[in-house]
Design a binder for this molecule. Sequence first.
Ligand code: ADP
Ligand code: MG
Length: 189
Amino acid sequence: KLAHLPYRRTLQEFDFSFQAGIDERLIRELASLTFIGRQENILFLGPPGVGKTHLAVAIAMEAIGQGLPVYFVSLAQLVGDLRKAYEENRLDKRMRVYLRPRLLIVDEVGYLPLDPLAANLFFQLVSARYEKGSMILTSNKSIGEWGELMGDPVLATAVLDRLLHHCHVVNIRGNSYRLKDKVKTGIYS
Ligand code: ADP
Ligand code: MG
């Protein structure tokens, strides 16, 4: 699969009128990829179905189109993979998979809480990429909830400090696109 993307979606396929709260100009600016040249990050925050992964994938496809190495992984897959490597004494080698790409997308931060080892491995990755390569993260949790998510407020602060230092935070507050037709037919109203 292309850079391990879960699906292919472009910016053209994103309906900005459905998600009126999103700053379309900012998204188009981000899709021009200048943030990658500056080693900046993007954090898409919001509830399920509002387009976080779609926008991350669309920017990833722009980067792939420019010939940049891109890698997409969910946080659960990432920590599972790094944990296995750690247990098999090959963490440094495996870490390179996530350090090499110019753009690393870590999807679904927040669906599962992290145990101490997982939180530590995530911190190591974020530290190693800090000011070296861009990341796009998506999360259903607000930044304030990351401490609980990581089970360690000190470690969460250290992660957020690095991630947010050079970062575009995009808060999406709208309705789920997945449920839009159901809302229209009154199931949810
Ligand atoms: P999440 O925010 O949970 O990551 P996704 O980005 O995966 O949600 O969006 C869920 C589905 O809805 C995807 O198929 C995505 O392409 C579609 N979608 C979400 N928002 C929009 C939108 N504004 N315009 C078009 N499709 C959208
Ligand atoms: Mg998603």
